[in-house]
Design a protein around this ligand. Structure first.
Ligand code: PLP
Length: 410
């Protein structure tokens, strides 16, 4: 008899965005003429930068001729891309990362989801609340948690983000082995200082723990004092893995390219306490289960690092940051406390009421879709996330409608 992985039965029945989709679809069918503005799901809306398109076309043409055709490439990614990543994203900021410590992949979602399988199932994991749901669900699937009760899974140490701590969780009071951090944060838009990140690195070193640092939104950091990489922090090479993505940096959500940085000095431990190389484990996993990102996509990603490419991706992130500023200012003017929206494309708004009620109010009275914070964890209750990923015109229209709806409700 074929048996299932019973841990899957512990997963919450419905995924946040499908719940939202159902409510939006119901509203749209009852109001077919209403033009709904979506500031919910964090997907980019602007075209790929011109340099990427040109590199993409050129690489596709290479594939059309036997002489320049490429079959399977290196599983970890082509050297041309890994060298550019190491030089531009790390060495230029004094972060000591070598090209062969970079693993190119088809997404930070897959990497943040897959990485846990190289660690034991009986470790203690610490996950922020609110959080990008992939970290939790993939650990549930792997059997590292108990069942779901009162909005929480047993056996996860939740790192609570609150208004009081600025959604930068405090260090855990009990020892933990694997720590997920994400800055600039999804969903809250919070950013972490170098000194705060140093505390986490020091904790990991003291407890022989490992930090999984998701920096998918680093391209939105404008404040020079903020770290873009955990490897800008002293001592991180032994205790951290970093995830990056071209999705939000260069509009690759539908093109698919990302990378994970695993320093060769990063250690994890066998049951008898022997220190082992995390790099070797991930290399084994990656080369066994993954066959590389397509050649044209890697050429398109490489183009991001040309002088023109750097300018074009800056224009792209500036565009969304301008939207973010408008949302933050307007929600603030309407009397709502917000964080994020600076150095981040997300604005986290204290709705001063039930998160789903606030969501429904914005949908039905303004025709605007946001994301209820409760979908990201118990600490998200009472908050909503507004995403800056849309056209300036639509964001402007959304803010006008929200202003009108909220003012007329008073
Ligand atoms: N990490 C975070 C925090 C995200 O918000 C997202 C996407 O929304 C991802 C990773 C996924 O990135 P990718 O498109 O590279 O899979």
């Amino acid at each position: 008899m074929i048996k299932i992985n019973e841990h899957y039965l512990k997963l919450r029945a419905s995924y946040l965005f499908s719940d939202i989709g159902k409510r939006v679809a119901a509203f749209q069918s009852a109001n077919p003429k209403m033009e709904i503005i979506k500031l919910g799901i964090g997907d980019v809306t602007r075209a790929l930068p011109k340099v990427c398109i040109e590199a993409f076309h050129k690489a596709v043409n290479e594939m059309a001729r036997d002489a320049s055709f490429r079959g399977y490439g290196p599983e970890q990614g082509y050297g041309f891309l890994r060298r550019k990543i190491a030089d531009n994203d790390f060495r230029s900021r004094d972060a000591d990362i070598a090209p062969d410590e970079i693993f190119v992949s088809d997404g930070a979602k897959c990497d943040t989801g897959n990485i846990q399988e190289i660690f034991a199932t009986d470790i203690t994991i610490a996950i922020p609340d609110p959080v990008y749901p992939v970290y939790v669900d993939t650990n549930v699937m792997a059997g590292r948690t108990g069942s779901f009760k009162n909005g929480r899974y047993d056996r996860i140490v939740y790192l609570e983000g609150t208004w009081e701590n600025g959604f930068i969780p405090r260090l855990p009071e009990q020892p933990v082995d694997l720590i997920y951090l994400c800055f600039p944060n999804n969903p809250t838009g919070a950013t972490i200082s170098k000194a705060q990140l140093q505390e986490w690195v020091n904790y990991a070193r003291a407890h022989k723990a490992l930090i999984l640092y998701d920096a998918a939104y680093e391209a939105f950091v404008r404040d020079d004092k903020l770290p873009k990489s955990i490897f800008e922090v002293e001592g991180a090479r032994e205790v951290a893995i970093e995830f990056r993505s071209f999705s939000k940096t260069a509009g690759f959500t539908g093109t698919r390219c990302a990378y994970t940085v695993v320093p060769k000095s990063c250690k994890a431990y066998a049951a008898d306490g022997t220190a082992l190389s995390v790099y070797d484990l991930w290399l084994r996993r990656h080369t066994t289960k993954f066959n590389g990102v397509s050649y044209p996509v890697q050429r398109a990603a490489e183009a991001v690092y040309s002088e023109k490419g750097k300018r074009q991706i800056r224009v792209l992130s500036n565009y969304y940051l301008k939207n973010a500023e408008m949302i933050r200012n307007q929600m603030g003017a309407l009397g709502y406390d917000c964080i994020g929206g600076e150095n981040s494309p997300y604005i986290w708004v204290n709705g001063k009421t039930d998160a789903w009620a606030f969501f429904d109010m914005l949908l039905t009275r303004a025709g605007v879709v946001c994301t209820p914070g409760a979908g990201f964890g118990r600490c998200g209750e009472g908050y909503i996330r507004i995403s800056a990923f849309n056209s300036y015109k639509n964001v402007q229209k959304a803010m006008e409608r929200i202003t009108e709806a909220l003012n007329s409700g008073e």
